[in-house]
Design a protein around this ligand. Structure first.
Ligand SMILES: [Fe+2]
Ligand SMILES: [Fe+2]
Length: 189
């Protein structure tokens, strides 16, 4: 029986792992065959790959952000002995809105990206991929509690948590680099 308690060492490792996202750029997750078994078709799909054209938080692209959220959710669920296939897949697709949200409001007048992008991501996801009902729910509810209805499953809650955690760390890491550059302690921001 696996321990339900995530240790401090595991938490530190997760933080380090999101702060230094070189493992995503180097595609080290490819070596995790159990993970790849769950998600290979999505990772290989050109629509998924096109998320590399859009920035998410800081200097992280939507594609890399989705891989981080997916892989973190997969690791947490596997560690706790929960089903991990659906979180791995829904994590990859949770932000498949396919536009640059930084310019979206100016270009379209639509100012509520935070509230509306889960629906946009789900519409794109069902257009290009076969999804279970639970995967659809995980994508649609991932912005809870900003959007009022929580996900139905505990896997969906793991995605909610991983998404917030990764978003925060990506933004803080960018700010940290900018700060060190501004005070002259680093040569590039
Ligand atoms: Fe999102
Ligand atoms: Fe996200």
């Amino acid at each position: 029986m696996k321990s339900m308690h995530i240790t401090q060492e595991e938490k530190d490792k997760a933080l380090e792992w999101v702060e230094d996202s070189s493992w995503v750029k180097l595609e080290i997750y490819n070596e995790d065959l159990e993970y790849m078994e769950c998600v290979r078709d999505i990772l290989d799909n050109p629509v998924f790959q096109s998320m590399d054209n859009f920035m998410q938080h800081g200097d992280t692209t939507c594609k890399n952000h989705c891989i981080q959220v997916s892989y973190m959710s997969y690791c947490v669920c596997r560690r706790l002995g929960w089903d991990y296939r659906e979180v791995a897949r829904a994590g990859l697709l949770h932000d498949l809105f396919l536009y640059d949200w930084h310019t979206h409001a100016r270009e379209t007048g639509e100012r509520f990206h935070g509230f509306t992008h889960p629906r946009a991501a789900l519409n794109n996801a069902v257009k290009y991929f076969e999804l279970t009902e639970n995967e659809k729910d995980m994508i649609l509810r991932h912005m809870w509690p900003l959007t009022p209805i929580p996900p139905k499953s505990r896997g969906g809650l793991v995605i909610v948590y991983s998404d917030k955690f990764c978003g925060l760390v990506e933004t803080v890491a960018r700010f940290k680099r900018w700060f060190l550059f501004s005070v002259g302690w680093k040569s590039t921001a």
